[in-house]
Design a protein around this ligand. Structure first.
Ligand code: GLC
Ligand code: CA
Length: 563
């Protein structure tokens, strides 16, 4: 099979996100690797996806599992070699799957050669100008240059031996690049082309909202009382959504467009990771026609399980992105958020005010897995009905839960470490995938006996691929069915029309000839008022449900006229 010749493939693509460390381990060291992925591509292709997205696989001290890049031009030895990468891309393309990489432009690792050079070159050097080095405040410069806080806890500044400080939006191990510096711009141009030359079909671009800082790095205004420490960076008006970031994205679009022109037949896509917290006006800026191809619409992922918040998330995204001609890019899960089964099963999931801006913290509320699973099933049927593209995160097709009770000593997420455990962080959605029922091999995660890098809970094998593949009622069967139904919809129709506005318990819209109805409440809803021609249920998240006249609680259906 070869790649379909479609310049706009990304607009309605289904993309499967692989957290490289946790997908499959070929050499049994307990850490996922590229060869492991290559060996499992048949499974991914059979799901019915168009592309995969690989989280960062570059050499890295793994303080933030690859989002701290030490060398943008290589492969992390634990994950394999450049040859393994080339093989993986070739095999993906043979399976008809495109490959998105993950590029991290806001910061690198403190072990990147440039940062080491900056440390040894000293204050005022050209090497330091690639980062944000500043003198401190206070009599002896002992206070940070400003009051900014880091996204993962603690101050956004770290002091080095000679007394200067450097800025890091995330952790002390992730110094921010200074994008006003020409070396930085040029290096990333080379990075993009390097991976395009190796066959990559585009990039997910990390943390784009943080790139670009106000000149002079002024103090941020005081935070409202009670702001969580990990929310502070997301409220700093001098380092979030700063307009100069967009100059970089416009430049990247030129690099990408030029590459396509010079390489006929190559069709590249870039997708921005931009959390814009219910600010569609900000969201749309990233997908103006000369910027990114796509931007994640995280408002849906972060919305509580309530019809009005779900409707609002969809509507505001659809309207805003439509206004600049961009297609929608939806996701319910990723490697930074609590898994949807758990999130939707939480006792506070239906509270329309439970929007937290992110959901990395477990607030110690009870989780009902049965309810959470029904809702996650419904959400997947909703997702597949939306226009635009959808991104799935490995394991959601198995209905995996967040692992909330990882032992403290097993946790590795810098959010957990930097907040000294006040926030649990994201390890719980990164537990290695179960492929079989054999605990000795990490439930088939490893090709032989191993100890996976994060411990898997007992019974993890119950949701193994091998088990679910044989069960028509499993989440896996639903995902396969849903993706096949989505693929069968007429291509290119990106229109969504709201329906049944008087039934406020529902999220209902028509699109591409089907009526998608989500009942996000605990009470059955009658649909007799639909009237008109005879209808049938094409797809339902609830097993055995086929009556087009009712939508059971926490259920999503696709309905269409018979014939
Ligand atoms: C993004 C990534 C996250 C990472 C952070 C810093 O939000 O998705 O995993 O920790 O950026 O690079
Ligand atoms: Ca391995």
């Amino acid at each position: 099979m070869t790649l379909p010749e479609d310049p706009l493939w990304w607009r309605d693509a289904v993309v499967y996100q692989m957290y490289v460390r946790s997908f499959a381990d070929a050499n049994t060291d307990g850490i996922g690797d590229l060869a492991g992925i290559t060996g499992r591509l048949g499974y991914v292709a059979a799901l019915g996806v168009d592309a995969i997205w690989l989280t960062p696989f570059y050499p890295s001290p793994q303080r933030d599992h690859g989002y701290d890049v030490a060398d943008y031009f290589g492969v992390e030895p634990a994950y394999g070699t450049l040859d393994d990468f080339d093989r993986l891309v070739a095999e993906c393309h043979r399976h008809g799957l495109r490959v998105l990489g993950d590029i991290v432009p806001n910061h690198c690792s403190d072990e990147h050669q440039w940062f080491r050079d900056a440390l040894s070159a000293g204050p005022g050097s050209a090497e330091r100008a690639r980062f944000y080095f500043r003198d401190g405040r206070g009599e002896n410069g002992e206070l940070p240059p400003n009051n900014w806080l880091a996204a993962f806890g603690g101050p956004a500044w770290t002091r080095v031996c000679d007394g200067q400080w450097y800025l890091h939006t995330f952790t002390t191990w992730q110094p921010d690049f200074n994008w006003d510096n020409a070396d930085v711009v040029e290096m990333f141009d080379t990075v993009l082309r390097f991976w395009f030359d190796r066959g990559i079909d585009g990039f997910r671009v990390d943390a784009v909202t943080h790139l670009g800082k106000a000149p002079g790095l002024p103090d941020a205004p005081p935070l409202p009382p009670g702001t969580r420490e990990t929310d502070a960076a997301g409220r700093n008006p001098y380092s979030l959504y700063w307009p100069s970031g967009h100059d970089v994205w416009r430049h990247w679009r030129q690099v990408t467009d030029r590459y396509e022109r010079d390489h006929p037949g190559r069709h590249l896509a870039t997708v921005a990771e931009a959390y814009t917290a219910n600010r569609p006006d900000v969201l749309l800026q990233y997908v103006r026609p000369d910027e990114f191809h796509q931007v994640f619409s995280f408002d849906l992922m972060l919305a509580p399980w309530h019809p009005s918040t779900l409707r609002r998330a969809i509507d505001q995204t659809y309207t805003a992105l439509g206004s600049v001609g961009a297609s929608m890019t939806w996701a319910l899960n990723n490697h930074d958020s609590q898994r949807s089964v758990t999130r939707y099963g939480r006792a506070d999931a239906t509270d329309p005010d439970s929007w937290t801006g992110n959901n990395l913290v477990y607030h110690d509320v009870a989780v009902d897995v049965v309810v959470g699973t029904a809702r996650a099933r419904a959400a997947s049927v909703l997702l597949a009905g939306l226009p635009g593209s959808i991104y799935l995160y490995q394991g959601e097709e198995l209905g995996l839960q967040e692992v909330l009770d990882l032992p403290a000593e097993a946790r590795t997420d810098p959010i957990y470490l930097r907040t000294e455990g006040r926030e649990l962080g994201r390890d719980g959605c990164r537990v290695p995938l179960p492929w079989t029922t054999d605990p000795v091999t990490g439930y088939g995660f490893s090709a032989g006996p191993s100890r996976p890098w994060l411990p898997q809970p007992e019974g993890w094998g119950r949701q193994a691929v091998a088990v679910e593949a044989a069960d028509d009622d499993a989440m896996l069967a639903l995902y396969r069915t849903v993706l096949a139904a989505r693929a069968a919809l007429p291509a290119g129709d990106e229109t969504l029309t709201w329906q049944l506005p008087e039934l406020t318990q529902l999220v209902a819209f028509s699109r591409a000839g089907v009526l998608v109805v989500l009942n996000a409440t605990g009470v059955e809803v009658q649909l007799d008022r639909l009237g008109g021609p005879e209808r049938e249920v094409v797809l339902s998240s609830r097993r055995g449900h086929s009556d087009p006249g009712v939508v059971p609680p926490d259920t999503c259906v696709w309905i269409r006229p018979v014939g």
